[in-house]
Each structure stands twice: as structure tokens, then as C-alpha cells.
Design a protein around this ligand. Structure first.
Ligand code: FES
Length: 583
């Protein structure tokens, strides 16, 4: 038996409409029937002989971040037709951050399964994945990685910024900032409602370096978008041109057999992690990259990521770590400008969707120009990478902190724990006038991890208790096993592993315990003895969360911890290829 050489398309394998025939026990009849049905929609045999390019339609009235979907699909189809392919768009789940309960993360794996199965079930030679809002791009890359066919990512693009009383504003860092002002009594309800009109000035994804922008930059760094695919805002002509180019590129990928496994290599993940650190990216980027990597048999090496962070400065001056918004990044040349600065640190031989390497594409972009959004390598906005990995008896499996968005004064801090048992407890007590809390205390929130909430919601950004906020306190050390929106800021320790709902040490923290955070030593410690901790664990066994039916049951039985990407264990690749980054 002969096998097809690597990087060469398998010319004998079924193509286009002949792929993946429905089982009726007679292949000829299956194709006959399929063609009869599609001809019902007016297709000719000539059209049906072309390479078939699937397009995931993730438009939804519940998802304004994908509000330009009709224009994008039209442009992708134009690109596909111009390149000789046949476009076939189809729906998958769409998830928006503010319209998914209990949290969008709970549904990310479901969207990845939907994407994988639809890519495998329907005949297509390549697929254009259209995503943008936080969980959609990771879900699509996870699903496509498992389906392993030629796949290319198209980002919906960022929203435009708005203006409130002449101040430029954009979701969602400014949403949180204005909400904090309202809680502190600095603005009244009328002004809160006024700014609400301006925070999201158009369709598209959040305009700061939140998770959506982070995943857009990561997708380009992975080699999964056409060059320049990360930064054009949703409503611009540049975004539409990128869509057309993406469609055309997908046809060539189908003809060349450029499957996703040739792009999502260990080197590609190393480039993506490097970019995540240099852009001051969302902490969620680590979880999503761990999940995508798991689909191709790779593990993210957290200690190596921390080492990488020590020689990767934050160069991108975007909120919440800096000052600008995504549209400014695009004006400044987008990812090419950033990658040029990072060039000595990148794996330039990594393959991209263009069939050329990252290095070749960067070379083709030519020299940069004067701009003030991406700093030169030797003049960073923060000298080390945005994210540090912490270990200690409170987080034996690791925790992270976005140091570039934290208060420098709190990064070496010891304080008294003020404990909330879960999100409901937090909501019920955090604003009570008689809450025993001081500015130098450490707020601890349990049970918001992958199984605890469930779905690891972005509740790790604990609000400053009302009485302290009104007294002018802007930041406190906050610790949880949950996540934080990429648009959040503060001295916030996240992803504590193992989570409290699994009986991790966090479950046994009590009010009044002392906790030490040392970012310089990468330490997060509960200052109680090992014996005392073991005794607490014995006295207070934690029952594992469970459910009796449905998706929730599947979720609770199979979801992994943060270091494995919060993916379902059975969706990870059966193959183990090692760890990345290799430092
Ligand atoms: Fe969709 Fe922020 S809510 S990207």
C-alpha cells in the first residue's frame, strides 16, 4: 500500500461534492441523490465540479461582534469564485460574551464540537472559519485542528471607538472603568446611561486588547490568517478586502492540500505565545492556546512560558496595558509592525496559510514606517512579558497574573484573606457596610473554576468592596480559580490550579489567613503549615460537582483544568507530540 507523501495533496482521495457521502449502502446512489438535492437550489454540474469551500456562518442577532457577517460572507464568496472554487456557507453555533449564561466559556467546547463535526460531515475541500468574539476563534481553531483539513481563519474585526463628552471610549476597558466610577459615586446614573450609548460605537469585537483582539493577533501569529488579517476594524474596506483574499486563499489551500496540521506546529505555538506576551494580551489567550495545542497533541509548558516572558517586552501600546485601541494598531501597520520588532525571537520557518513561511511573509511586507502604537524593542511600555506564571502551596498546578495591568505597588504584598465561598456569596456580601475588609487585605473568591461555576467564568475581576471604592481604593490583590476578561486590569491572580471545586488548596483558605504574593519570585503562598492544610482538607472534604443529564453532565465529567485549556479530555489528540515553547 502506498501512502501520500507529506505536503502533497492526495490526488486519489474523493474531492468536492464526492467527499463524505451519506451512507445509503450504495455510493453511486448517494452521490446521485446529493446532486439531485443541490440542483434543486439551481446549481449546474460545472459549478459542482469545482473545489468546494465551506464557510462557517456565525452571524446571529445575539452576536453584534459578528454583525458584519453578511458583508464578510459576500466578500469571501467573491474571492472563492474568482479563484475557481464553489462557496458553501453553513451555520454553526455563535457565542457572544454578554449573551451566554452562565458564561461563554461553558459553550466554547460545544462550539468546537459543532465546528469539527460539521467540517467532517459536509463535503468541503477547505473551510473559511469566520469568528471574532472571544470564544469563537478558539472554538473554531480547536474544531478545525481536530478535523484536520485545509482551514483559514477570517476575523470579523474590531468595533470603532465612541466618544463620551469628548473622551474617546471603547469596550470593554472603558465599560469597567465607568462602572467603577459609578460604584465609587464619581458619576451619577444619568451619566452612566449616557456613556452606555457610546461604549460600543459599531458592530465588531471589543476595541481594546481584550480576548477577541488577542485571539485575532494569535491567529495571525499562528499563521492561520492571511498577512494583515488581525487588525482591520469590522466596518472598513480593508476588512472586506481581507475577506475576499481569504476566500481566494482557501481555494489554493484546497488545491495544495495545505492541511491545518502543517501550520499548527510547535513553532507556530511558540510564535503565538511570544506575540501574546508582547501585545499585553488577555490571560484567556493561554487557556485557549492550551486547548488548541491539545488538539494537535502539544502541551503548553507554563514554566517555559514564564521564562519566555522574562525576555519578551510588552511593545503594543493598547488598553488595558497602554493607551490606544485596535483601530490605531491597524493604522500603525498591524501585526507586521509588531512581528518586525520581534523578528529575532520568532520561529521564522513556521508555515502559514499562504504556503509561505512567517519569515517570507514578513520579508514581503517590506520596511515599516514611523508610528507610535508599537514601540521599538528597546523602548517597551513594560520591560517583561505581560503575563507571569506563579506557583506555591496555594496553586501547586500554577496560577497566572497579568503583571502589565497590575499595580506595581501590590506585586510584592502580604495580607489578610477576606474569603468569598462562591460568586453568589460575593454578590451578597461585597458591598455590605459591615464587611470586615481593609485596603491591604487580599480578596479570595472560590468555586469559579472550570467545574466550580461551571465554565470558569470571567468573575476573577472581583469588584473593590463598595466602602473601599468610595474611599478611593482603586486596586487590591484578588485571587480566584476563575478567569478575567482581557479588558480587565488590576493585581489579579487567576486560574489557580487545581480549582477549589476539585478540593485544591484554595478550597481551604479561611478568613484571616495570611497570603503572600511575590511576582518577582513567582510565588503565591498561603501562610499556613502543610499539616494545618492537610487537616482542613480532611475536616472539609469537597464533593465533586455533578449533573444528572445533558451537556452539563458531559461538561462536569470531562472538563480539564486551566493548564490543559479547559477542553474536554476526550477531545484532546490521542497523540502526544511534546511541549511548547521549547525554552
Ligand atoms: Fe465580543 Fe468583546 S464582547 S469581543
Amino acid at each position: 500500500m502506498t501512502s501520500t507523501p507529506k505536503n502533497k495533496p492526495d490526488t486519489a482521495a474523493p474531492k468536492g461534492m464526492n467527499k463524505g457521502l451519506t451512507s445509503y449502502g450504495d455510493a453511486g446512489f448517494s452521490l446521485f441523490l446529493r446532486k439531485a438535492f443541490i440542483k434543486g437550489a439551481g446549481y449546474t454540474d460545472k459549478a459542482l465540479d469545482r473545489p468546494v469551500i465551506g464557510i462557517t456562518n456565525t452571524g446571529s442577532s445575539y452576536n453584534p461582534c459578528h454583525g458584519n457577517m453578511p458583508q464578510l460572507i459576500e466578500a469571501v464568496k467573491r474571492g472563492i469564485l474568482m479563484a475557481g472554487g464553489l462557496p458553501m456557507d453553513f451555520p454553526t453555533i455563535s457565542i457572544h460574551e454578554s449573551f451566554a449564561a452562565p458564561t461563554s466559556m461553558y459553550l466554547r467546547n460545544l462550539m468546537s464540537m459543532d465546528t469539527e463535526e460539521m467540517l467532517l460531515a459536509q463535503p468541503m475541500d477547505a473551510v473559511v472559519l469566520i469568528g471574532g468574539c472571544d470564544k469563537t476563534v478558539p472554538a473554531q481553531l480547536m474544531g478545525a485542528a481536530s478535523a484536520n483539513l485545509p482551514a483559514i481563519q477570517l476575523i470579523t474585526g474590531s468595533m470603532l471607538t465612541g466618544s463620551h463628552r469628548s473622551e474617546r471610549v471603547g469596550a470593554c476597558t472603558d465599560c469597567r472603568r465607568y462602572w467603577a466610577k459609578f460604584r465609587a459615586g464619581e458619576i451619577d446614573a444619568a451619566q452612566k446611561d449616557e456613556v452606555n450609548h457610546q461604549l460600543v460605537a459599531s458592530v465588531g469585537t471589543c476595541s481594546v486588547m481584550g480576548t477577541a483582539s488577542t485571539m485575532a493577533c494569535i491567529a495571525e501569529a499562528l499563521g492561520m490568517t492571511v498577512p494583515g488579517g488581525a487588525s482591520p476594524p469590522a466596518v472598513t474596506a480593508d476588512r472586506i478586502r481581507i475577506a475576499e483574499e481569504t476566500g481566494a486563499r482557501a481555494v489554493q489551500m484546497a488545491l495544495d492540500g495545505l492541511t491545518i496540521d502543517k501550520i499548527l506546529t510547535a513553532d507556530a505555538f511558540e510564535n503565538a505565545l511570544r506575540v501574546l506576551l508582547a501585545i499585553g494580551g488577555s490571560t484567556n489567550g493561554i487557556v485557549h492556546l492550551a486547548a488548541i495545542a491539545g488538539r494537535v497533541g502539544l502541551d503548553i509548558d507554563l514554566p517555559a512560558l514564564d521564562r519566555m516572558g522574562r525576555d519578551t517586552p510588552v511593545l503594543l501600546d493598547l488598553k488595558p496595558s497602554g493607551e490606544h485601541y485596535m483601530e490605531n494598531f491597524h493604522d500603525a501597520g498591524g501585526m507586521a509592525t509588531l512581528l518586525r520588532e520581534l523578528k529575532p525571537l520568532l520561529k521564522l520557518d513556521a508555515m502559514t496559510v499562504t504556503g509561505r513561511t512567517l519569515g517570507e511573509e514578513l520579508e514581503a511586507q517590506g520596511p515599516g514606517f514611523k508610528q507610535d502604537v508599537v514601540r521599538p524593542f528597546n523602548q517597551p511600555i513594560y520591560p517583561q512579558g505581560a503575563i507571569a506564571v506563579l506557583y506555591g502551596n496555594l496553586a501547586p498546578g500554577g496560577a497566572i497574573i497579568k503583571q502589565s495591568a497590575a499595580d506595581a505597588k501590590l506585586m510584592e504584598h502580604e495580607g489578610r484573606a477576606v474569603v468569598f465561598e462562591n460568586a453568589a456569596d460575593l454578590a451578597a456580601r461585597v458591598d455590605l457596610a459591615d464587611l470586615d475588609v481593609k485596603a491591604d487585605d487580599i480578596l479570595v473568591l472560590k468555586n469559579i473554576g472550570p467545574k466550580g461555576a461551571p465554565g470558569m467564568p470571567e468573575a476573577g475581576y472581583l469588584p473593590i468592596p463598595m466602602k473601599l471604592a468610595r474611599a478611593g481604593v482603586k486596586d487590591m490583590v484578588r485571587i480566584s480559580d476563575g478567569r478575567m476578561s482581557g479588558t480587565g486590569y488590576g493585581t489579579i491572580v487567576l486560574h489557580v490550579t487545581p480549582e477549589s471545586a476539585m478540593g485544591g488548596p484554595l478550597a481551604h483558605v479561611k478568613n484571616g489567613d495570611r497570603i503572600r504574593l511575590s511576582v518577582s519570585k513567582r510565588e503565591i503562598s498561603l501562610l499556613v503549615s502543610a499539616e494545618e492544610l492537610a487537616q482542613r482538607s480532611k475536616d472539609n472534604p469537597i464533593p465533586e460537582p455533578s449533573a444528572t443529564r445533558g451537556y452539563r453532565k458531559l461538561f462536569l465529567q470531562t472538563v480539564t483544568q486551566a493548564d490543559k485549556g479547559v477542553d474536554f479530555d476526550f477531545l484532546r489528540s490521542a497523540q502526544t507530540k511534546g511541549k511548547t515553547p521549547a525554552l
